[in-house]
Design a protein around this ligand. Structure first.
Ligand SMILES: Nc1nc2c(ncn2[C@@H]2O[C@H](COP(=O)(O)OP(=O)(O)O)[C@@H](O)[C@H]2O)c(=O)[nH]1
Ligand SMILES: [Mg+2]
Length: 377
């Protein structure tokens, strides 16, 4: 059965129209350190490329401890259709005694991508330069054979409410088939009890075959995976296959009897890729958007400058008016007072000149009297 990247064959007009120039698919891996996340990504590329000979891929593949969020980009070309695959490898957590916020950068990364996309959407006419919204997040669970840890529950809750969360059991080759069965049941029970939202392939009731395939995928969750970059010859003469070698034999990555790698790859890159993209857009991005829009965004400071505050300007104008009115009244009073003084002075002057006139007359009379009495002064 061919497992090509099948997005160019997908019939959905809506997606084809939305991505005339090719599509984006962003896959994230998360989980504790040392669970094989980086190995899984490399295995996925390797096996995908082998079966997709015309694919163009650019990616780094050195094995090293992942210390920061790493984005690997690959371009897969099929029938003139380009799929831009972004793989987000994240640093594992669980190394430290204090794990409280070790996963926060991963959660923030998902939110940031929604936020960036939202900002780009608010600017029409502008080409979408950046879209790293996570379409699927594989959460790696340590193969303890027991159950989920409280940290797993906490992180999975946060991831599941933000993107399509696909839980996977790491290093499936370390558990026996019976242990695996029990482990899966325990995990499913906790996911349900804790109300963790995980991705569930939609069941198409009009297509029997597709519906059956979707049911099988749902029943296989959480997918048990094996990663390996080593190739081994299993069937003499046939091409070597990816697997892990043990003294008792080889565990094959692409063998359905050994693990769920093929089911997961088919879900991610073939059958459910479109649904993962659309549900990210219609469910997770929309949820983020409406949360942001209804959010009590911290109120912008209301300390508007006094200079530009119309209310203040009005008050100031009224104050000026009152002041100048007051000045006018005072001026009026002063003028009146000045006038009164002038009138008074005129009256006094008038009185004074009358008195001086009287004095002069009296002096004249005295002179006349002295002359008439013959008294010399
Ligand atoms: N047994 C087993 N070992 C694996 C598997 N995948 C990876 N490993 C090994 O686990 C170690 C850590 O792998 P790595 O991919 O760096 O883990 P990461 O920290 O999650 O990225 C390496 O030695 C791998 O060879 C697997 O499926 N089974
Ligand atoms: Mg790593």
């Amino acid at each position: 059965m061919s497992e090509q990247i099948g997005i160019s064959n997908l019939p959905n007009q809506r997606y084809k129209l939305a991505s005339k120039n090719g599509g984006y698919f962003t896959l994230m891996v998360a989980g504790e350190s040392g669970l094989g996340k980086t190995t899984f990504i490399n295995t996925l590329f390797q096996t995908t490329l082998k079966q997709s000979p015309d694919a163009k891929v650019r990616h780094k593949s050195d094995i090293h401890k992942t210390v920061e969020i790493e984005i690997t980009r690959a371009e897969l070309e099929e029938k003139n259709y380009t799929l831009r695959l972004n793989v987000i490898d994240t640093p594992g957590f669980g190394d430290n005694i204090n794990n409280r916020n070790a996963f926060q950068p991963i959660v923030d990364f998902i939110d940031d991508q929604h936020d960036l996309y939202m900002k780009q959407e608010q600017q029409p006419e502008r080409a979408r330069a950046h879209d790293l919204r996570v379409h699927a997040c594989l959460y790696f669970i340590r193969p303890t054979g027991h159950t989920l840890k409280p940290l797993d529950v906490e992180v999975m809750k946060k991831l599941g409410s933000r993107c399509n969360l696909i839980p996977v059991i790491a290093k499936a080759d370390t558990l026996s088939p019976n242990e695996m069965l029990d482990f899966k049941n325990n995990i499913r029970a906790i996911i349900e009890a804790q109300d963790i939202r995980i991705y569930s392939p939609p069941i198409d009731h009009e297509d029997q075959g597709a519906a059956e395939h979707a049911r099988q995928l749902i029943e296989s969750m959480p997918f048990a995976v094996i990663g390996s970059e080593d190739l081994h010859e299993v069937t003499p003469g046939a091409a070597p296959v990816a697997g892990r070698k043990y003294p008792w034999g080889i565990v094959e990555v692409e063998n359905d009897q050994h693990c769920d790698f093929r089911k997961l790859r088919s879900l991610l890159l073939r059958i459910n890729m479109l649904d993962l993209i659309l549900s990210t857009e219609e469910l997770h991005y929309e949820t983020y958007r409406s949360l942001r829009l209804s959010d009590d965004v911290p109120e912008r400071s209301h300390e508007i400058s006094r200079i530009n505050n119309p209310k203040f300007l009005e008050e100031e104008k009224a104050l000026r008016q009152a002041f100048s009115n007051q000045v006018k009244v005072e001026e009026q009073r002063f003028k009146q007072w000045e006038q009164n003084i002038n009138t008074e002075r005129a009256r006094l002057n008038h009185d004074l000149s009358e008195i001086q006139e009287q004095i002069k007359q009296m002096e004249d009379q005295i002179k006349k009297l002295e002359i008439s009495k013959g008294i010399k002064v």
